[in-house]
Design a protein around this ligand. Sequence first.
Ligand code: CP
Ligand code: NVA
Length: 326
Amino acid sequence: ALSTLPRDLISLGDYSAEQIGALVESAADFKRKTKYEGQAFHPDEPLKGKTIAMLFSKRSTRTRVASESSIAYLGGHAMFLGKDDIQLGVNESLRDSAQVISSMVDGIFARVGAHEEITTLAQHSTVPVVNALCDANHPTQILADLLTIWEVFGERQKGSLFDVLKGLNVAWIGDSNNIVYEMLAAMPKCGMNMSVCTPSKYPIPEPIRQRAALDAEAASATVSYCHDPVAAVRGADIIVTDTWVSMGQEAEKAQRMVDFDGYQVSMDLAAKGNANKDWIFMHCLPRKPEEVTDEVFYSDRSVVFQEAENRKWTILAAFNALFSKK
Ligand code: CP
Ligand code: NVA
């Protein structure tokens, strides 16, 4: 399925379950070869002589470190262009930037604000474009989450990727944002059940629900929505959250602290709601204390640092598959 991937990776919603699975399996291979078998770089140097432009109009730790180091591993050159370097969409149109930059490089990895910015870049780029986060999607994050879930539950069940993923219950307790949208775009089609809890002021947009419902039906999974965190974690194998204040929403912080009252993930919440005995906690990071207690965040149930490391292996797999094409 790796050879059938679309040119770009804007959202996992554009990929089939088989294509998503092929990337996750490729990431697991890279992790084994590199981390456990000591392969320092890709022997074929698939990005040799190639430059990947990294257009970041927002800050990043994990995504930047994972991508720059992956490009080095693949034998290519990473060109980081931060918001002060090219002022994406400020000094000239995105269309013009896409045309100019893609005429000189072999791939674009871009972190932008509005979803239209990433689609405009892709539309006018002559080289593959991978989304490093926009307000609607974060595909490389959810690839890492799927690898992490496979590792954790596969360790317990010893199964192939989809055998492990199918039927797991994922509870989202948090904002209506890019992370849960991307989860809804990927997890139901992989056969995972989702219980999504956001404050009523922050509903999940209808088109996202409709897509998720269709995907879930086709994969015999379920997706449900509510505004009660206790009800949402019932039977959960995995409890996931994210910051209540995403990048660009800083001015809304005080209001959001009020709106998300009662949404902090805690041992007490999981117990009250009857999460499954072996539930785990996930978070894309960076984390703020209000959305999850230290007791959960630093507990054995928390796989957040494994999840963060898996950004590396999944970005490596995605770049190898998408940027090394001739
Ligand atoms: N999870 C994530 O994308 O982290 P960064 O913002 O640090 O890249
Ligand atoms: N929802 C967060 C994710 C950061 C990786 C944000 O958009 O800032």
